[in-house]
Design a protein around this ligand. Structure first.
Ligand code: 5RP
Length: 252
């Protein structure tokens, strides 16, 4: 795998975490230490299970560092993290320019293209990534790939207007994803509904198409009814992956 391993002396404290949780925390802490600088006042907070460690480390920077900062969430979960961490909550319509956004990813390729949207938050995540001067990704070692689709077989998340989902499903089948399917809630009680009231389709594409994620992204975005695609191409400035041996792989 490409990337430069660095070793850190960050020691996640007790309680002892599983390998995977420790890796997420290591990536998150390292990224915060490198990218959330004293002068940064507007900070975007992503979604998923790695992001709580981002917020944990930002809180550890202390009250003084955080007192005149505002934090912009990508969804319900990150809003809760910001509020429960007693950080100042803002919105992207107040702060359309963000200093740095840190977020998780489902998979990251050698060129820092990402699959995101495992938590159905990729529309807001992409807005905050694009609004940021610096967009940084944090993840555990399982997300580090050369080619998208190797580690994350669920495919590309596509947020769709509910009215259009059946038509978009058909379009995705024709575009080369015959197994594209509507994401269902646990126990298949009904479709997953995003924070924006939309449905999500998961569209796995074969490797030959995933070699050019930007081309797939543009084709899917052209489909009427598609709200946003969980392919983040040419957006991340750096990606940090915590490893089992306590090192962090950095791609930039
Ligand atoms: C949510 C996302 C998440 O950032 C992505 O699914 C990674 O989550 P985790 O940190 O739990 O692995 O894109 O829409």
């Amino acid at each position: 795998l490409t990337g430069r391993p660095i070793f850190t002396d960050l020691k996640p404290p007790a309680p002892k975490l599983s390998d995977i949780e420790a890796s997420k925390r290591l990536a998150a802490w390292t990224a915060v230490d490198r990218h959330v600088l004293r002068e940064h006042k507007v900070i975007g907070i992503g979604s998923g299970s790695t992001v709580p460690y981002v917020v944990e480390r930002i809180i550890a920077q202390g009250r003084e560092a955080n007192k005149d900062r505002v934090f912009i969430p990508t969804g319900f979960q990150s809003k809760e993290l910001i509020v429960s961490g007693q950080l100042l909550l803002g919105d992207v319509d107040q702060y359309p320019r963000i200093d740095v956004t840190i977020d998780g990813a489902d998979e990251v390729d050698k060129d820092l293209n990402c699959i995101k949207g495992g938590g159905a938050c990729h529309l807001r995540e992409k807005v905050l990534a694009e609004a940021a001067d610096t967009f940084v990704v944090v993840a555990d070692y399982r997300k580090n790939s050369d080619v998208l689709g190797h580690n994350y077989s669920a495919g590309v998340p596509v947020e769709v207007a509910p009215f259009a989902y059946a038509k978009v499903l058909q379009n995705l089948h024709v575009l080369g994803s015959p197994k594209a399917a509507l994401r269902m809630a646990v126990k298949k009680a009904g479709p997953v509904v995003s924070d924006n009231g939309n449905f999500v389709i998961d569209a796995p594409f074969p490797e030959e198409l995933m070699l050019d994620p930007y081309s797939i992204l543009t084709k899917i975005k052209m489909l009427t009814g598609v709200v946003e695609v969980g392919l983040f191409c040419h957006m991340a400035k750096a990606a940090y992956f915590g490893n089992q041996d306590g090192s962090v792989t950095v791609k930039w």
